[in-house]
Design a protein around this ligand. Structure first.
Ligand code: SF4
Length: 171
């Protein structure tokens, strides 16, 4: 009991939050803002598809919406339907159960459209590669325009990926 109580007094095992005036992020944000204004004019609608992720990728995607990264200031927003989206953001290794859903979501997204495979699993199955239960990455089901590496990719890596799309540097 004593040991359990003492363990509870340890500092939290989390990484330190980035500083509010992180110069790297400020540079990235300025580049994304400029590219978004020039390329999009108004906004870019993103539909996220969880194709069997462990949910760590989702935690980083959710962080894009917090006050620190504030994705909406660039005109990017997540939408509830692929019919309103220009970008599909796919996470997870594409389980066999999600294969048809991903295909239908892609078909329901009007052209022109971009598909981002976010994270090692969406890239090629990641740690689940070879499993009997997965299709083996988003590219096995739909054409991919950009892969954002990482397990999971950080919010800054996702922003860099969106910037690459806007600048036409995808693939
Ligand atoms: S890439 Fe990593 S964090 Fe993302 S779903 Fe796969 S195992 Fe989870």
């Amino acid at each position: 009991m004593r040991n359990t109580l003492l363990q509870g007094l340890r500092p939290p095992l989390t990484e330190a939050a980035p500083g509010a005036d992180d110069p790297e992020l400020a540079t990235l944000a300025a580049a994304v803002k400029e590219a978004a204004e020039r390329t999009l004019g108004r906004s870019l609608a993103i539909r996220h598809v969880d194709a069997g992720s462990c949910n760590a990728c989702e935690l980083e995607i959710h962080a894009l919406g917090n006050a620190f990264y504030d994705l909406e200031r660039f005109g990017f927003r997540f939408v509830a339907s692929p019919r309103h989206a220009y970008v599909l953001l796919v996470t997870g290794p594409v389980t066999l159960n999600m294969r048809e859903a991903l295909k239908r979501t892609y078909d329901a997204t009007p052209a022109p459209k971009w598909v981002i495979a976010s994270g090692a699993c969406a890239a090629d199955g990641g740690v689940f590669k070879g499993s009997y239960a997965v299709a083996g990455g988003a590219s096995s089901v739909v054409p991919i325009d950009l892969v954002v590496p990482g397990c999971p990719p950080t919010p800054a890596a996702l922003l860099s990926g969106l910037l690459a799309l806007l600048m036409g540097r995808a693939k």
